[in-house]
Design a protein around this ligand. Structure first.
Ligand code: F6R
Ligand code: MG
Ligand code: MG
Length: 364
């Protein structure tokens, strides 16, 4: 049976700054979706990571379904009304258009979709990250799909050993989608050469070479490419199918034990380590650290199982302690060097204004 998994996420308002949405906001989004259960959609899940609300839909209508996107847009409008009513911070902040126009892609919310032929058992993971951007998934995806140090299946399974096709997008090319298809194992170093640049190149999708089946789908939009100026960090979502012809669940989770440094953190303008966090986590230290949650499901005949929190295990407490320590190491140097992002990636124009103002005071 064919099922489409669509995850659509937006920041539409939160409590106490960019911390987390209110329960009432999440409920109002849910109420809006619930009415379509058994009609447009076969199932859904709603969760928050930091200040972002993600809606996962299971349905039968393929990618880019207008009615489905309209439903998500309407639900975010309902949530925004609740956010305004409660006086939440940043109400409706990611809804960059005044009205829906066919597809939420390009209107602010992050979108990742894949139509799959359900296997007998269809396990998959939903990753949602806050205070970072789509390039945050580059390293984990590379390590899970192309490096036997994390994916032992590359040595142990003949199907996985055949490798994967990486579809990589150049997100700086804003006029149209500019992408490249590269293949492991033969293009592995070329893939690494692109993926080291998290701000420019992002993994849009990965496919099994053994079967051609799609393994991952990620959101790739950069809000500043839509709005022309920064309007918030892009806080990306990602779905990864696991087991069988794909890496095992644990191989997909393994790279998150690194706590690698990503762009985001305070005011979307710093570098911080990515912390694997529990479902529904809030944001704290220096408006961060950047967090990612991993929610596991099986989908069967379009129905989702209950969600399982993949980072809610004692092992990850040790990782979280390490990531806290890495946050402090970077924060100790404040604004200096790699602690703060390049001008082009800052969420604010303040530094550029300072440089302009000082221009006349330079002399040769
Ligand atoms: C991401 C996030 C931050 C803010 C940034 C700007 O979820 O919340 O990247 O977008 O801190 O915040 P304001 O708009 O309050 O200046
Ligand atoms: Mg935010
Ligand atoms: Mg956010």
């Amino acid at each position: 049976m064919k099922t489409t998994l669509s995850v659509i996420k937006a920041d539409i308002g939160s409590i106490a700054g960019h911390i987390r949405p209110s329960q009432a906001l999440v409920e109002s989004v849910k109420d809006c979706i619930e009415s379509e259960l058994g009609k447009l959609i076969t199932d859904y899940y709603i969760g928050n990571t930091g200040d972002d609300v993600a809606i996962l839909f299971a349905h039968q209508h393929g990618e880019g379904c207008q009615e489905l996107h309209q439903l998500a847009w309407n639900a975010f409008i309902c949530g925004t009304e609740k956010a305004k009513e409660q006086g939440l911070y940043g109400a409706g902040q990611d809804l960059l258009a005044d009205a829906f126009s066919g597809n939420v892609k390009g209107l602010g919310p992050a979108v990742a979709e894949m139509e799959i032929e359900e296997r007998k058992a269809e396990p998959f993971l939903l990753f949602t990250a806050d205070k970072t951007d789509p390039g945050a998934y580059n390293l984990p995806l590379y390590l899970s799909f192309a490096d036997p140090m994390h994916c032992s299946g590359l040595l142990l399974s003949s199907k996985i050993k055949q490798g994967f096709k990486f579809v990589i997008l150049d997100v700086e090319h804003t006029e149209e989608d500019r992408m490249i298809e590269l293949y492991t194992p033969e293009d592995t170093y070329d893939i690494a050469a692109l993926l080291r640049d998290n701000q420019r190149f992002v993994v849009q999708a990965i496919y099994s070479r053994a079967t051609g089946a799609q393994a991952t789908a990620a959101s790739t939009t950069r809000l500043h490419n839509i709005a022309g100026t920064y309007t918030g960090k892009d806080d990306p979502v990602l779905m990864v199918r696991c087991q069988g012809d794909f890496p095992a669940t644990g191989e997909i989770l393994s790279p998150y034990s690194i706590g690698h440094y990503v762009a985001g953190f305070m005011r979307g303008s710093h570098t911080g380590p990515l912390m694997p966090a529990k479902m529904g986590c809030s944001i704290s230290y220096f408006d961060g650290p950047p967090v990612v949650s991993a929610v596991g499901f099986c989908v069967h005949n379009g129905k989702l199982t209950e969600p399982v929190d993949c980072f809610d295990h004692p092992y990850w407490d040790h990782v979280r302690d390490k990531v806290s320590q890495k946050s402090v190491y970077m924060r100790e140097q404040g604004f200096s060097g790699p602690a703060m992002l390049h001008y082009s990636e800052l969420e604010y124009g303040g530094i550029v204004d300072i440089l302009k103002k000082l221009e006349d005071r330079f002399s040769c």
